[in-house]
Design a protein around this ligand. Structure first.
Ligand code: ZN
Length: 239
């Protein structure tokens, strides 16, 4: 198989949590709230994890990151203020970064990009620390292919530059509405980003997160409708 065609294996763990196996076999977790109501049975918090990305300080995104990071010794990437919090929680391998920056970890390049959302760190219903700002990530895998996880965000015009600069082939976009973009806003985000594969997230966890991939398709241009892939939590999607 040509190196550039080696698959990216994406498993939705419910909400905004994803497990990704890179083409080079690295195990990556994004926003690992493994205890979410839609999480599939069978994903072990003891799994081998090389890298954890956390988009912002809300508890539905930090999720089980501290516990998993302590067990796995995975590198954890987060915005600087969230990194300080993670260090205070005993996460030794946390790495602070900020928007516009790119870091290489084990041959995988991760760029932190903007997101428009609140981000204070909440634990058990109270804000415990300031979280800096909410962010998104673009991952460039070992074979040059790329994926964008938007975190929690509204639509914003600079997504156009994320599309232009990083050309993410796969976009993971919140579509649930209320706390993030809904399907209509996400459809416009797709016009700015021009991804080949579009995956909705942050929907269906609770009834209030009411946007769906079907609704997203309705708002998309005809030529983009068939790019939407509806994932089932726990089922690997290789692309
Ligand atoms: Zn949030």
């Amino acid at each position: 198989m040509a190196r550039s065609k080696q698959p990216i294996k994406i498993t939705w763990l419910g909400h905004s949590a994803f497990h990704i196996e890179s083409p080079g076999g690295k195990s990556i977790l994004i926003d690992p709230w493994i205890d979410n109501p839609k999480a599939p049975a069978g994903f072990s918090k003891d799994a081998k994890v090389d890298l954890i990305l956390i988009s912002h300080g809300h508890s539905d995104h930090i999720g089980n990151a501290v516990e998993i990071a302590r067990k796995s010794n995975a590198n954890v990437l987060a915005i600087f203020e969230l990194y300080l919090y993670l260090r205070s929680q005993g996460v030794q391998n946390a790495i602070g970064m900020n928007k516009g920056g790119t870091i290489e970890v084990d041959g995988i390049h991760v760029s932190m990009v903007d997101a428009k959302h609140s981000c204070d760190i909440d634990v058990n219903g109270s804000v415990v620390a300031a979280g800096g700002e909410a962010a998104g990530f673009v991952i460039r895998f070992e074979n040059g292919r790329s994926l964008y996880h938007a975190g929690d965000t509204s639509l914003f015009g600079d997504m156009k530059f994320i599309g232009k600069l990083y050309a993410p082939e796969i976009a993971l976009l919140p579509i649930g509405d209320l706390y993030t973009m809904g399907p209509r806003e996400a459809a416009m985000a797709c016009e700015l980003l021009k991804p080949k594969t579009i995956i909705g997230m942050h929907y269906g966890t609770y009834p209030v997160l009411s946007g769906t991939p079907q609704m997203l398709k309705r708002y998309l241009h005809t030529k983009m409708k068939n790019r939407v892939v509806e994932l089932t939590p726990g089922v690997v999607f290789a692309c």
